[in-house]
Design a protein. Sequence first.
Length: 503
Amino acid sequence: MNDDLSHHIAKDLAKKIEDFKPKASARRVGYIQSVTDGVVRIKGLPQVAYLEILDFPHGLLGFAMNLEEDAIGAIVLGDYLALSEGDEVRSTGRLLSMPVSEDFLGRVINPVGAPVDGKGEIKAKQYYPMERIAPGVTSRQPVTTPLQTGIKAIDAMIPIGRGQRELIIGDRNTGKTSIVIDTIINQKDEGVICIYVAIGQKTSRIAGVAAELNHHKSLGHTIIVAASASDPASYQYLAPYAGTAIAEYFMDKGRDVLIIFDDLSKHAWAYRQLSLILRRPSGREAYPGDVFYLHSRLLERACRLDEAHGGGSITALPIIETQANDISAYIPTNVISITDGQLFLESDLFNAGQRPAINVGVSVSRVGGAAQIKAMKKVSGSLKLDLAQYRELAAFAQFSTDVDETTKRQIERGARMLSLLKQGRYIPLPIAKQVTIIWAGSNGYLDDVPVARVDQFEKEFLEFMDRSHKKTLSAITKEKTLTPEIEEQLTRAVGEFKKSFVK
Ligand code: ATP
Ligand code: MG
C-alpha cells in the first residue's frame, strides 16, 4: 500500500475516533435469572418500558412484560431453550411493533409478521406499534355508515356500524365463526379490508378458514393473523395487537377495516398462563386483575376517525365462548361491558334449526340503528314488531286451546318472519335483496306459504327478482329508501311471482 494512502486512512480513523460519541447510554444490559416456558426473569435493566424489545443471545428477541423494582419479566419470541441463567440481555429502546404493508393482503401471517402460508416472503417497509393509545374523542366521528354483514338477522335486527364494537357470544359450536366468515365474504364489493385474528384454534381450522375464504374469492381483501393452539402463549397473547396494528395502518390510510378476534376467551387464557408464569397476583377465576383493562384498551382502538384524520375506521367483532350460556362469568361480563352491543348465539336455537342461532330478542346494537339505510329501517320496524308479538303470543298460546283469529294470524305471521331470518352459510345477501324479502314477509305475501316452504319462496322469489326486476333491486340500492314507485314495483313483482310459485 502506498504511504500516502495509509497516512490518509490513519488520519481519517483518528478523526472518526475523535468524533465518536458513544451511544452506550441508551443500551443497557441485564442478566437472565431464570427461564421458564419462554418467560424470563431478568436482573438489571431498570429503565425498560412495557413491551420494549429486548435482545437475547443467539439472535433471539423478546419483549418486557412485567416491570418490577428489582427485576423484570420478559417473554422470548422463538426458541427459548437456547437461553440459560446468566446470559446477557440488552434493551433496545424500541417498542414491540408489527411490520405493515398492503402486501399482507391475501396472506396468513403469525403475530410477529412472518408469513406462515408458504407463499413466500413479504417485504414491509413500515412498522406500527403493537400497543397504541386509542384516538381521542376529538378525532372521532359518530358511527353512521353501515357495516353490512349480508346476514338478514343482523342487518335487519341488530345492525352494525363502521367503527363499532359488536361482541359475538355463545357456547361452543353455535355458529360464531360462520357469522364472521360470511361477513368477510360480504365485504368483497364493499371495499372493507378484513383482518381475521385466530387465537388458540387448531391449525387445521385456521387453514380451513383460509381455504373457505379463498374459495369464495374473499382472501384478497383479507389478512389472517394466526396464533394457533400449538403456538406459545406469548404468540396467542400478541395476536390481537398484531392484527390491530395492521388495522390501524389501513385506517390511517382512510380505509374502512373490519377486525375479528376469534376468540378473546382464548386470549384471556393465554394472558392468564403468561401471568401465572410471571407470578403475578391473580384475581377472579385466576385471571390477573388487569385483564379487563387489557381488553378494554384493545377494543378502544376500534373507532371511526373524522375527515380531518382521513375518515378511516376499524370495526371490531370480538368473539367470546361461553360455558353453558353463562354470561356472568368473568371474561364474558367484562367484554360485554366494553362493547357497543352483543349478538347472543344459543345452542337451543341452533339445535332447533334456527340458524344463524341469534337470539334476536336479547341481542342489541347500541349504535347500529343510526347506520341503517332508510329502506331497511322501514321494513325492519314491522319485522321487529311481528317478532315481538310472536314471542309473547306463542308462549301464551301454548297453554290455551281457544285462540282467536287475530292472535292466530299474528302467530302465523311471526313464525314466517322467524323462518325468513334463517340463512345458510356462504350466502350473504345484498341489502336490496334483504329489504325485498323482508318487505314481502311483513306485507303478508308469505302468510299463505307453509312455514316449511318459506326458504324455498325466498330463494325463488329473489332469483325471479334478479331475472325480471333487476331495476327495482338497483333502485333500492341507489335510493336507499322505499319510494312509492319502488313499493309499487315490488307489489307488482311479488304478485307476478306468486302466480307461478307452487305452494
Ligand atoms: P366453535 O365453538 O367450535 O368455534 P363456532 O361457534 O364458531 O364453533 P361454527 O364453527 O361457525 O361455530 O359452526 C359450527 C357448525 O355449524 C359448522 O359445522 C357449521 O357448518 C354449522 N353452521 C354454522 N352456521 C350455520 C348456518 N347458518 N346454517 C347451517 N349450518 C351452520
Ligand atoms: Mg369458532
